[in-house]
Design a binder for this molecule. Sequence first.
Ligand SMILES: Cc1cc2nc3c(=O)[nH]c(=O)nc-3n(C[C@H](O)[C@H](O)[C@H](O)COP(=O)(O)OP(=O)(O)OC[C@H]3O[C@@H](n4cnc5c(N)ncnc54)[C@H](O)[C@@H]3O)c2cc1C
Length: 412
Amino acid sequence: MASAYHIKKRLRDGSVLLIDKLNKAGEGNTAKSAGMFRSFFYSRTNFYLADSSIEFYRHIEKSGFNLGMRWIGYLWLFGESQFKRIELALRKMEERGGLFTVYDKEELRDKLKVNIEAAESDVGKVMNLANIENGLFVPKAGKIDVEKLVEFYETEFRRMGGKVVYGAKVDRIVVEPKISLEIPGEPYFWQDCTVKGVRVHGRIIEAKKIIIATGVWSSELLDPIGVDSYSKPKKRQIFVIRADKNRLRELLYVDGFNRYNCMPFTILPEPRIYIRPDIDEETFWIAYADDFNRSFKLEEDPQPEENYYRYGIYPVLTAYFPQFIDSYPINAWAGLYAINTIDHQPVIFEENNLIVVGAASGSGIMKADSLGRIVAAVYFEEEEAELYGNRRFNVSDLGIKKRRVEREIFVI
Ligand SMILES: Cc1cc2nc3c(=O)[nH]c(=O)nc-3n(C[C@H](O)[C@H](O)[C@H](O)COP(=O)(O)OP(=O)(O)OC[C@H]3O[C@@H](n4cnc5c(N)ncnc54)[C@H](O)[C@@H]3O)c2cc1C
């Protein structure tokens, strides 16, 4: 939707058609997201993509379109050796102007009533937990109402004359020779061929350029024409716990981190389970992004696994935050990350009139606006994109041939 919006905004009289197989925009993995954003990345690429998008979202809100942004901040909890590993990176980020506060363990215990000695318990020993030594609080971070963000782009896209067709599954990308010789089975490798359009419900829709922004479904469309999506789908699950006990409400409404007097989005020491507080619903969303032994698998309707919470998350969560003892999910869902397995950062490239954007690897909401602007720059065959806030971005940095991204240290 962000790509369609940015192309249409610059094309003015040209026509842009958005096609989605679902009945509404943002109903794919966007709807499954935790909707968190942070302007705190070690990789400059990640930082520019996220920071510019977040500033644009802030700008939209200031212009009167409520996106439900709440700047609750992120709090990473670290064991001693884990913190040592990031200290150098933190110093560099401070030089670049990154804003953060480091809390020591006693402050964390006083504020959050977190168990800083989880490693000492029998359970902690079995699970190799670390005692908490420090917390890293990042204020320029929070949550956004994803549905409203999609609504913003869609409303504006339509207002500019953009067209949408929902419930329309593209079943293939149509490749044809530039000059047809009308021989069976063409195009052949010696023919100059290109992407002409897409086929929907048996009908071919032609376009000057086709943008594939189909998230985890990209390979379904790209594999048949021998183009790599550079991403693989992996299941991610979110479990919702109601703050229905005093001890949980006290944790939810903790003072001193943000203007809402609410617990920040908190990430435990390894394993990096996260707790996303929600003061509107009085709930906590709990999740963990498991890697090794979690298959890459495309599923239309992935399901949350009860045992994943009960035996995976619960013992770790309660070892650090005993407030969650005897608390079980009232709701849960699962979605898929489109993971770039090499560097976990988005990919944007063009091949034969086909522009591919994706592989956002679990942070596509917070980078969506920048990605949309870069797609528009690719569309207009520009080398640089202008991100929100007059930031120039080399389009080829996210491409394949001249890719240039830095390693990310702050991964959740
Ligand atoms: C559990 C979970 C938590 C997450 N938390 C966060 C977070 O806190 N912050 C963050 O920034 N990101 C988060 N993400 C990642 C984020 O949701 C994604 O990066 C982002 O939504 C990807 O957007 P997309 O438009 O590329 O994909 P999608 O939203 O999946 O959209 C792809 C669209 O393509 C359509 N489509 C697919 N195939 C076809 C076809 N053949 N024909 C027509 N249409 C088709 C689909 O219907 C869908 O609407 C999370 C993801 C998950 C699963």
